[in-house]
Design a protein around this ligand. Structure first.
Ligand code: CP
Length: 306
């Protein structure tokens, strides 16, 4: 039984196969409209979500399967004190695969230890968000044509932003990928990532706090929201929330072929005037999330059946 907790549970070859499958699903969706007929996806979301939950559900419906689930801890028996371990034991009898989001880091992993169906981590606290990373990789490969030889700017909340953590882990595996980390000093990437991913793999990177200075050298700019829900106090959040705002004036400094990605939701960090810039691909990226989740669900279910 294969679960997906971290993007590193997938080899570079696995990721390449998922991207090829997702691109085929984009081109010929009808070919896949019944491949999960009779199967059910449970979406167990203990934390708010728009894209991840609904794109998982759209993915399963596109594959001819069905969906069930809950969208908040309050609307499940977690509100009565039920453990994640007991919940997944029960869900294993109701569904064939489960996507779980939880505010506590490692909660989907605990679920996987007690599950008889594949469990997909749909975001655990400030830790990982592997299906967002698969979405990002599909977007980059499809629109940029490659996953290697890229200078990637990561901007905003690099401390609590789980999408950034998963993306760094995934992209250090491709040749000649360099990172430019753009954040306030308080929101730098965690030490474990710097040590275990960047320095251990000899990856070229720099940490800066002025976006304008580095825009001309980027192939990709990955903007992130300051993660209000992970701050210990509101004062710090208010002080840091508008540290970086990408606007049309700053976009003039960027290369003509630089792509702007954002996992969304956006708050203030990208001015809406940037949306009409052809380099702004974040809404397309959200759409790609459906196709990569279709590919993942189909693959994990096929493996579980064998
Ligand atoms: N990107 C992302 O995880 O969005 P949601 O929180 O809306 O699922």
């Amino acid at each position: 039984m294969r679960h997906l907790m971290n993007v590193l549970n997938l080899s570079v070859e696995d990721v390449a196969e998922l991207i090829v499958l997702a691109e085929d699903m984009m081109r010929e969706p009808a070919k896949y409209s019944e491949v999960c007929k009779g199967k059910k996806l449970a979406t167990c979301f203990y934390e708010p979500s728009t894209r991840t939950r609904l794109s998982f559900e759209a993915a399963m419906l596109n594959l001819g399967g069905q969906v069930l689930g809950f969208s908040s801890a309050d609307s499940s028996s977690a509100a009565k004190g039920e453990s994640v371990a007991d919940t997944i034991r029960v869900i294993s009898g109701y569904a064939d695969i489960c996507a779980m989001r939880h505010p506590k880091e490692g909660a989907p992993y605990v679920a996987s230890l007690h599950s008889s169906i594949p469990v997909i981590n749909a975001g655990d606290g400030g830790h990982n968000h592997p299906t967002q990373t698969l979405t990002d990789l599909l977007t980059i490969k499809n629109l940029k044509g490659r996953l290697d030889n890229l200078t990637v700017g990561l901007c905003g909340d690099l401390k609590f932003g789980r999408t950034v953590h998963s993306l760094v882990e995934a992209m250090v595996r491709y040749p000649n990928v360099k990172f430019v980390m753009i954040s306030p000093p308080e929101l730098k990437i965690p030490d474990y990532l710097r040590r275990d991913m960047l320095e251990a793999n000899g990856i070229e990177y720099k940490e800066v706090n002025v976006l304008e200075d580095v825009l001309p050298e980027l192939d990709l700019l990955y903007m992130t929201r300051v993660q209000r829900e992970r701050f210990f106090n509101e004062e710090d959040y208010i002080r840091l929330k508008d540290s970086f705002i990408l606007d049309a004036k700053k976009m003039k400094l960027a290369p003509k072929d630089m792509l702007v990605l954002h996992p969304l939701p956006r708050v203030n960090e990208i001015s809406t005037e940037v949306d009409k810039d052809p380099r702004a691909v974040y809404f397309k990226q959200a759409q790609y999330g459906v196709y990569i989740r279709m590919a993942l669900i189909m693959t994990l279910l096929a493996e579980a059946d064998n």
